[in-house]
Design a protein around this ligand. Sequence first.
Ligand code: C2E
Ligand code: CA
Ligand code: CA
Length: 561
Amino acid sequence: MKEQQEEIWRLASLDPITNMPNRESITESVYHLTRKRDPFTLFSLSFNRIAEINHTFGYELGDEWRVATVNQLIRLLPKDAMLGHLDADNVLIVLPRRMEDPEVLALGKKLGTLSTHRFRVDVYDLFARISIGVSRYPEDGVQASELIKHACIAMNRADKKIGAQLELYSSQMDIESLKRYELLRDMRGALQNKEFYLMYQPKVNAWTGQIVGAEALMRWTHPTWGSISPAEFIPLAEESSLHLELTNWLIEEVCRYLMTLPKKVPISINVSAKYLYQEHFEHVIEDTLARHHIPASYLEVEISETSLLEDAQQITQAFERLNDLGIPIAFDDFGKGYSSLAYLQAYSAQTIKIDRVFAHNVNQSRKAQGIIRSLLLIAEEFGMNVVVEGVEMMDDLLRLREFGCHVIQGFIFSRPLKESEFEQALEAGTLTPIEEYVETLPSSSRLIHAGITITRLRNRDVAVGTSPIVIMRRGFKAIAFYGSIRLPVDSDLSLVILLDDGMAPFPIQVKRLTELANGLYQYEASYEQTVELEKRLTALESEKPRGFTIQKAKDLIDQTD
Ligand code: C2E
Ligand code: CA
Ligand code: CA
């Protein structure tokens, strides 16, 4: 009886592969710790390879992987640590005591060395990709499930950040998370409040400058966060069915605009593959075109090559239905994904839009030249059109002309334009290539590392973490600072800057915000000068070398981001 009971207990509480406690049982252990009310620390650690290994090598090797990684991990753990499985190759490490930041980081560093360990699985040498998240009782939660969840959230954050292996859970959101949260919350209302609008970027004949088409690009003017790029909100919209409504609105809007244009050119819209999974999606398009009396050939659909699944039956059918309606299809961001050429064979599309990574500096890159020329050949063979995206420099345009690229879409001819501006451009008919002026700044100034945070937003106090910035003194009461985040400066907002010296933060008022070509935001701000603050700034500055470039600012921020 006793033996049987033990066996039953074993089956119920241990992972059958590794003989470590399973999720229920490690959660139970954490629960008991919370009952004792003594501080303790949780590490959630993932090796991040199991899905891939199961998929590539099969489940048996997946099991071997789990055993090998856990065995190696145990060797690195302190004596009092408990270990259990959460799921797949994600484990929970419980340390029944309080650990201060330095100790957490030291253990994290040690566990991080597993990234360089060769795990022998069958005849293969495999590497892990470690990410670790930490939560602590009682400051990060008081319930077992909550604490484990928070350790996992921190781990996922570490996984997404470049260069980070370990993140501490902090109940404080950082500015990015606050923004994300607010965008998600406000998105549905935004469609009703008409906060979305479209810009049109011309597609231009490479030689004559004649406008031969346009791409409709969405924008969102958020009441707090200002103009939001679709690269930021489309992925959020795709988490719910909202992207379907947005796309329906987009089709309606483009058809309405086309109808008002005295001189018409085909306009393309971006549609995610998910939209095409809807049954009868084509009816909306057909109906909208008919209502506005627009021929199908004037609406082109761009589908990002990276969003397609290989050989999906539904996508093949969706392409056929679009083709039947007479709507041209373009492969967007072509060459960026890993199955581009396979898609060419599997689906029938009319246009290839070569991704901007290839156009950028094509003049200097022999490889990019080779790729573009090969794609031009393939397109010719298949009877397809080619558009080259993202052309910014004259040298690149000249090179592309020489290769026989006919259609260009890029800043060299035009940025995306408002409705009325695009109509005027169409009226004129042609555009002239112009290289954009790249901003340069005084070279004598020094950059100081700092963090910025919001303390009040729309009349309420907020507590969020800091975002990295670099600051540059600009003379009397004035500084400029650079960051990769767009702060909601048009709203009622209080900002403070935290310097690396760890002393009191100081408030600033933003006067002007400029978006720079490399994606950084430049803020000009004023602050209250005091003798003490000036001393602190001077002390920090003196450690830094002179010589300022926007690129240096970007590098500094990317390092800490
Ligand atoms: P995309 O389809 O690749 O669109 C082209 C993007 O490249 C646009 O950014 C455009 O402003 C930018 N661009 C054009 N020429 C140049 C250039 O010479 N240099 C550089 N650096 N950039 C250039 P935008 O408007 O921010 O759009 C970002 C992405 O958001 C789009 O990439 C597209 O995938 C997505 N998107 C835009 N509108 C929609 C939409 O209505 N629906 C969906 N599902 N996605 C959209
Ligand atoms: Ca596109
Ligand atoms: Ca594109």
